[in-house]
Design a protein around this ligand. Structure first.
Ligand code: ADP
Ligand code: MG
Length: 266
């Protein structure tokens, strides 16, 4: 072991959210997790999407989970008992599968229905530096559980024509959760993903984003890169599957940027 003093910090919790599907939330979550792990951070990924893509993309079979985020939300299991290790990714995973789709309805009638995840994370927060929550493509009760638990929101987005429009709904939701449910919550940043600088429109939207959101736009930019898309079928994040690829290197840069941002927040 190193001679560093023991860490006494508690995890910073980040939701990776965008109510649109297919914009790169899961790719961002698992690659950021693996990137953070590669630079020595202790990471837990929480899969909050019934599709279970973050679970599978971390090399964990969602059909064979003995307990999942579903049990944690319904308080029939703790995170300590339900989490599993992504050996390849170097981080822990609280997995999800289709069962989670029913949780939405089951939670509606229960107490503290929007604070279940927050309460469960409290118990494991001292064991991690980062907890990353991969949100479903909606502003639902599941996403609300994520936002109520988090210090910050990371929004992956493609620089396309309608991107800014969708963003205002998300920014409003963040504002309302901040005002009513979780005063810690901040928009940490917008991450440009699947970026192709040769496309003029993408450059223009990227410039608009910087004009509107200033330093809330991360410096790291994730290019469109086929290695990132191939990695999930091998059960590992792109950062691990092909570390030399441009996509992997951009996510490593993003991981280092996140570590620096968090250090400046503490
Ligand atoms: P979401 O979680 O928002 O639905 P995903 O992360 O699953 O989005 O990404 C949607 C699709 O795009 C997936 O097939 C994924 O492999 C692919 N993809 C995501 N990011 C990139 C990228 N930077 N380059 C190429 N393909 C990507
Ligand atoms: Mg996803």
């Amino acid at each position: 072991m190193s001679t560093n003093p023991p860490k006494t910090t508690r995890a910073r919790v980040f939701c990776v959210a965008n109510q649109k599907g297919g914009v790169g939330k899961t790719t961002t979550t698992v690659n950021l997790a693996a990137g953070l792990a590669a630079v020595g951070q202790r990471v837990l990924v929480v899969d909050l999407d019934p599709q279970g893509n973050a679970t599978m993309g971390s090399g964990i079979d969602k059909r064979r989970l003995t307990a999942s985020i579903y049990d944690v939300l319904l308080e029939t299991a703790t995170i300590a008992s339900a989490r599993v290790r992504s050996e390849r990714g170097g981080y822990d995973v609280l997995g999800a599968n289709r069962e989670l789709a029913g949780a939405e309805v089951e939670l509606v009638g229960l107490e503290r229905r929007d604070r279940r995840l927050r309460a469960a994370l409290e118990a494991v927060a001292p064991e991690y530096d980062f907890i990353l929550v991969d949100c479903p493509p909606s502003l639902s009760l599941l996403t609300l559980n994520g936002l109520v638990s988090a210090h910050g929101v990371i929004v992956p987005m493609q620089c396309e024509y309608f991107a800014l429009e969708g963003l205002s709904d998300l920014v409003n939701t963040i504002r309302q959760v901040h005002a009513n449910l979780n005063p810690d919550l901040q928009l940490i940043g917008l991450l440009r993903v699947m970026f192709d600088p040769r496309i003029t429109l993408q450059q223009q939207v990227s410039d608009q984003l910087k004009a509107h959101f200033g330093d809330k736009v991360f410096n790291a930019v994730i290019p469109r890169n086929v290695r990132l898309a191939e990695a999930p079928s091998h059960g590992m994040p792109g950062v691990v599957f092909d570390p030399a690829s441009r996509g992997a290197q951009s996510f490593m840069e993003f991981a280092r940027e996140m570590v620096a941002r968090v250090d400046s927040l503490r």
